[in-house]
Design a protein. Structure first.
Length: 187
């Protein structure tokens, strides 16, 4: 019997090279399938370290499991409106989340929609950053550099399969608040 990879549920529509790049990333990344309730179909080790939830706790669930009763409704609403708006392909959302052990943290979530060649939404890729810890540790500039490097690697892997990411390296280098300008599209 084949053993399931802890970090991903099988999905033949996601190119293996892109899956491998997400898994290798040191940036917390989650991938949700575009189906009812947007269940996670992949999380990487960095996501597990950030949240304290392992892949088995996360896969098949909507990312809202990271929210608590203290999460402001307007933060949740902003993400819901983004997901419902077919005209928007990327967005940046601060959201109060909690780790497995109950610690609250301000999560800066960057979401990008991945569409098929017919324009149908297939996946939503999310990159997560604990900006509470980044602010306190003075690591925002380092996070900018790491995300720039990660996006360049993802751009190369996606390009091998006709997926296009707009060039946002300049924006990323200027400020963590502009990191949301990442877009994935099929040609």
């Amino acid at each position: 019997m084949a053993r399931r990879n802890r970090m991903t549920m099988p999905d033949p529509t996601l190119p293996e090279a892109l899956r491998a790049q997400i898994a290798r990333s040191r940036i917390a990344i989650s991938l949700a399938a575009a189906m009812p309730d947007m269940p996670l179909c992949m999380v990487n080790d960095a996501f597990c370290r950030l949240t304290g939830f392992d892949a088995d706790d996360s896969l098949g669930r909507n990312c809202r499991f990271l929210q608590s009763s203290a999460t402001p409704r307007d933060q949740i609403g902003a993400m819901s409106r983004f997901l419902a708006d077919d005209a928007q392909d990327d967005g940046r959302f601060p959201v109060l989340n909690r780790t497995r052990d109950g610690r609250s943290f301000m999560n800066l979530v960057f979401m990008s929609k991945l569409r098929g060649s017919d324009g149908t939404l297939r996946f939503v890729i999310g990159s997560q950053f604990d900006v509470t810890a980044s602010d306190a540790a003075g690591t925002i500039a380092r996070d900018d550099v790491a995300l720039s490097r990660n996006m360049a690697d993802l751009r190369r892997a996606a390009g091998q399969f006709g997926l296009i990411m707009s060039d946002s390296t300049g924006l990323i280098a200027r400020s963590i608040s502009t990191l949301a300008r990442i877009t994935l599209r099929d040609e």
